[in-house]
Each structure stands twice: as structure tokens, then as C-alpha cells.
Design a protein around this ligand. Sequence first.
Ligand code: DON
Length: 322
Amino acid sequence: MSTLSHIQEIIQDVYEKYKDINEGEVATYIPELAKADPDHFGIALATVDGLVCSAGDAQREFTIQSICKPFAFQMALEEFGRDRTLEHVGVEPSGDAFNSIELEPKTMRPYNAMINAGAIAIASMIKGKSPESGVREFVEKMGLAAGRELRIDQSVYASEDATGHRNRAIAYLMLNCGIIDPGVEHTLHQYFSQCSLLVTAQDLAIMSATLANMGANPVTQERVFDFNFIKDTLTVMFTCGLYDHAGEWAYRVGLPAKSGVGGGIIAVVNRQLGIAVYSPRLDSKGNSVRGILACKELASHLGLHAFEFTNVGSNFMQWLGS
Ligand code: DON
């Protein structure tokens, strides 16, 4: 059996195993997200060799939501370097919900770039000279990572902008504390636009594989991210990517990851592959129920946990070749 059909079979099995699970609720706090079909379910996997395979609704578009956060963090690190970026955001897990209103008591920085406060601070850094240019740069970079042209869902953007009072409160609190500059509406435009980027599970798998592949898109071979900062991004994803579920995730799945309230979830196996799942039914912490189940299954079946005793760095690829 070829490597591709071998992976395809594994993905299909995981899809079949969880397709009838219907626990969890679609996000409604952003009214436009409530329109998602709760039954959609797609899984995609991309390897650093450029193999891509998928099952179910992996070609269906949805908004990236919080999965934009590690990529925006990476962009800030690349543009401003480590020291300047860390003046605006910490690298400490908060253990709290994604939208919690809290800052580190001593520095007044948000705890990390994966929670809303941190992502808004990062959006303030990368927002560019004009609202159009900052968003364009982000969309173009994500398009390079996905290997196709991407666009913003303007209805979701408008819905977030109209109802994002809590994010506005967080932004103004950070303005008061000197963490972000006075261009608060410009910053929120950048943040809401980033969250409203339309992607598919297949796009996200390739974007994750681009992180795994030292910053080069494994399908197009285009160099997208500066590999000097990928370890920063993956570390924060590992410790903070699942918010108040991060410890449980690190224990059970053991991979750098990020979830979004659109129903997406990504996991990165460094130097090996990227996984993405789309299923809009969320648990009480805002993470995709079937997304977590599918990632857990793939990680345990393929021995992907970072501290798996048998995982010597390329276990998965060796296993496929055997
Ligand atoms: O800031 C918000 O509320 C959303 N645009 C993104 C939140 C999100 O995806 C949280 N993730 N699980």
C-alpha cells in the first residue's frame, strides 16, 4: 500500500469513528457563527513531504477565529523580534478562558498571545500603517502558508465588530495600561479581520505543516515563516493553545495546538506533519468536541505525543515506511 493511501485510510477511520458524535453546541455569541451547520466534520493531514489527505468536509470553508493567533504571533516575532514582542505579551499560560479580562499584575501584559487579550496586543503590533494594509499583509501571508488565495468573510467580520464589546473592553484596558497604542479601533479591525479569515481544514493542515516544515510550505515549497521564531510559536501553542484545557491537552495529546470557536483545531508534529479538524460543535471551553476526539485518536494511534517514549522525532514517517 502506498504511503498516501495508508494515511488516507487512517484519516477515514477516525472520521467514521466520530462522525455520529453530536455533543456540544455551535458558538452563538458571534451571531453569524450560529449559522454554521453543526454536523459538518472534516479532517485533514499534511506531511512535510507534501502529502495531503483528508476525509469528510475538509474542503468546506469556515472562519479561522482564534487559530489566527499563533500565526499573528509568528508575524509579530518576525517583524519586531523577541524582545520587543515580549514587551507586549507574556508566555505564561493563564489557565483561564479565552476571553478573560486579566493582565499580569506586575507587567500589565496579557498572559500570552493565544488568549484574546494577547492576540489583541499582537494585532496592535502588526496592524500596519492603514487598516487595509495590515489586513492585506496578514491575508497574503496566510495565503502563502495555505498555498492558495484566502479572503475575509465580511458577514462574520461585521458580526464580530458589532457584538465584540468584551474585546473592546479588553483593548481599552490595555490602552489604559500602556500595552497598546491609541489606535484601538484600527487594532480591533485587524483582530476581527484576522478572526474572520475563511479557511478549510485542508488549508489549516497545510498551514500547520508549514510550521512543522521549518516555515516552508511543503506543497508549494514557498518559504513563508522565519524558522528562527517557529519554536517560540510552537512553545506557546503547546502551553497555552487550548486555554483552560491546555494542561489536559498537553497530557493527553502532547502536541502544540490551537483551537477556534469556528470549530477548527490544528496540531503540529514538529518536522513531521500538520493536522486540522473542522467540527463546529464546541464544548463549554470553546473547543471543538470532535476536533479534540479526532486529534487524541490520531496522536495515540500514531504515537505523536511529544514525549511518547517510542517517538524519536520521526517515528510517524518511519512507521509509514515500514
Ligand atoms: O475574540 C473572539 O471572541 C473570537 N473572534 C475568537 C475567539 C476564539 O476563537 C476562541 N477560541 N476557542
